[in-house]
Ligand binder design. Structure first.
Ligand code: XMP
Length: 534
């Protein structure tokens, strides 16, 4: 399948570029700047991302442009544009003041294919400390703002490829230029560049020649066919969590191999209220072959008296592996372990030192003697694409639009030691909160639940405060409510929930949940806080 390669120079918006390309129904891969695949015949174009570095920083990430020049159409964004210009003989200098925020393109070469359909004055988003002050020989300036002369440039670069995927006539006025270079100092991928998606469409579709064949329907068709071939008559085990990713992976695999897929869903007793039974019911309706294991007694016994967050996690992780393995081993002829790993779990994102800060985490702890191979059918998808695939597979909205939920469940949302009674209190408070959020319709008609990345209640079981109920003095625990907006959970902001919603939820929790006499709202962003409290 055709693909665009996005070389990552460490920008925070690299994933956003990929999402914009995928929105054009075009497959793309993010790779570390120095890992370009030399001989991949499916590559139709290359995008160089931004970077936290200046081209003059000694540690700045650099590549050999000769492996790309003339072989693929190239689009440099921000640092990507500066790096190309700097490397090929242009000049990059510190801008008199940091160019940040909204600007407007005051001149645009509307005849250039990158700007087809643009309007003069189009708003763009800038964020850079250096600026290009001279472009290399043979390059043309194709857009400027009031303060940035070379907001975009173009270099007609003769193709070195034996046969191009391009229609040369699309590249007028340079009909012979098959693999040119473009650079933009603004960020077309961000929302504030109002015609940014059009620019990327011009590059990906018109210039690189994408056939736009990446869609949920095509993904399901090809993946089911591939899984049939890959798995043959083998038996597969999959651990379900009730979350979107593992559920979609399960439905997809069951489309390919039916009930040769066995799913195991472990109830550790710290799921949301009624979640185990509801999700089991959902899975049955979907025709999945699921073994539900109620292991809550074991988990509660092992967690008794434990207050330290990391220790809680370790115990839960260990118990989970034990319970899962005991079930998995009963399926003696299983050859594969399936997982709902998705693309952001695997992208090797770079930090400023060039070190990989996030890499693939496999499920650890499965007994080696089981000798299972790994099957990860969603490993190329972003979360929103997983949801689209789920919809395509006919899964119900309430299952695919679910907020993420941590593996250790409510255990990391109870400060202090965990008892069944505390879990019950938190389940009740959380249920009131999440139910109200699902019901609340915002002014724009969208459900509040769908506007929020993740929400949940936290029981501050180590804290007590005084209250009064009727004529009675109370001395009970507070509940904190958390709701965040995010795109990938790496960073998050607290959600600005409507006051009338918060007032209603607070009253309902205090009136209906015994053991809680106070409700607080967590207004911390990530970083420096994390989404979960423990
Ligand atoms: P933090 O608290 O690190 O959470 O900001 C980021 C995202 O990860 C989820 N999370 C977990 N998910 N096992 C999981 O499966 C865990 O141990 C775990 N801890 C945090 C969290 O809910 C959020 O979506």
């Amino acid at each position: 399948m055709q693909k665009i390669i996005i070389l990552d120079f460490g920008s925070q918006t690299t994933q956003l570029i990929a999402r914009r390309v995928r929105e054009l129904d075009t497959f793309c891969e993010i790779l570390p700047y120095n890992k370009f695949p030399q001989d991949d015949p499916d590559v139709i174009g290359v995008i160089l991302s931004g970077s936290p570095f200046s081209v003059y920083d000694p540690e700045a990430f650099k590549i050999d442009l000769s492996m790309l020049r003339g072989r693929y159409p190239i689009l440099g964004i921000c640092y990507g544009a500066q790096f190309i210009s700097h490397t090929l003989g242009g000049r990059v200098e510190p801008a008199p003041s940091r160019e940040y925020g909204r600007q407007h393109l005051t001149t645009i070469d509307l005849g250039n294919p990158l700007f087809e359909g643009f309007e003069m004055g189009s708003q763009v988003w800038m964020s850079h400390g250096d600026t290009i002050t001279a472009i290399p020989e043979g390059f043309q300036c194709i857009a400027s703002t009031a303060s940035v002369k070379y907001a975009a440039y173009y270099c007609p670069q003769p193709s070195a490829r034996p046969s191009g995927t391009l229609d040369p006539s699309a590249l007028s006025p340079q009909p012979s230029a098959l693999c040119p270079i473009w650079g933009v100092q603004f960020h077309p991928e961000v929302f504030h560049s109002t015609q940014g998606s059009l620019l990327l469409k011009n590059f990906v579709v018109n210039i690189c020649g994408s056939r736009q064949e990446w869609s949920a329907a095509s993904f399901v068709d090809t993946t089911v066919a591939e899984l049939k071939q890959q798995l043959g008559n083998d038996r597969v085990i999959l651990g379900l969590s009730g979350g979107v990713d593992s559920s979609v992976a399960a439905v997809l695999i069951s489309r390919a191999i039916g009930n040769r897929l066995t799913c195991i869903f472990v109830d550790h007793g710290m799921l949301r209220k009624n979640e185990f039974s509801q999700v089991m019911e959902d899975y049955k309706v979907l025709g999945l072959n699921v073994i539900g294991v109620d292991a809550s007694e074991k988990f509660f016994a092992d967690l008794a008296g434990v207050t330290e967050p990391e220790q809680k996690r370790k115990i839960i992780g260990r118990d989970f592996v034990e319970v899962f393995n005991a079930e998995a081993k009963k399926i003696t002829d299983a050859r594969w372990l399936a997982q709902g790993t998705i693309y952001p779990d695997r992208i090797e994102s770079l930090n400023i030192t060039g070190k990989v800060i996030k890499s693939h985490h496999n499920v650890g702890g499965l007994p080696k003697e089981m000798n299972l191979q790994l099957c990860e059918p969603l490993k190329w998808l972003f979360k929103d694409e997983v949801r689209r695939v789920g919809r395509q597979l006919g899964m119900p909205d309430h299952l695919i639009n679910r907020h993420p939920f941590p593996g250790p469940g409510l255990a990391v949302r109870i400060l202090g030691d965990i008892t069944p009674e505390r879990v019950r209190i938190l389940q009740d408070a959380d249920d009131i909160y999440i139910r109200a959020m699902r019901e609340y319709v915002c002014e724009d008609g969208e459900k509040l639940y769908d506007k929020v990345w993740q929400a949940g209640a936290i029981l501050l079981a180590t804290v007590r405060s005084v209250g009064v109920m009727g004529d009675e003095r109370t001395y009970e625990h507070p509940v904190a409510l958390r709701a965040v907006t995010s795109t990938d959970a790496m960073t998050a902001d607290w959600a600005h929930l409507p006051y009338d919603f918060m007032a209603r939820v607070s009253t309902d929790i205090i009136n209906h949940v015994r053991g809680v006499n106070r409700v607080c709202y967590d207004i911390s962003s990530k970083p420096p806080a994390t989404i979960e409290w423990e």
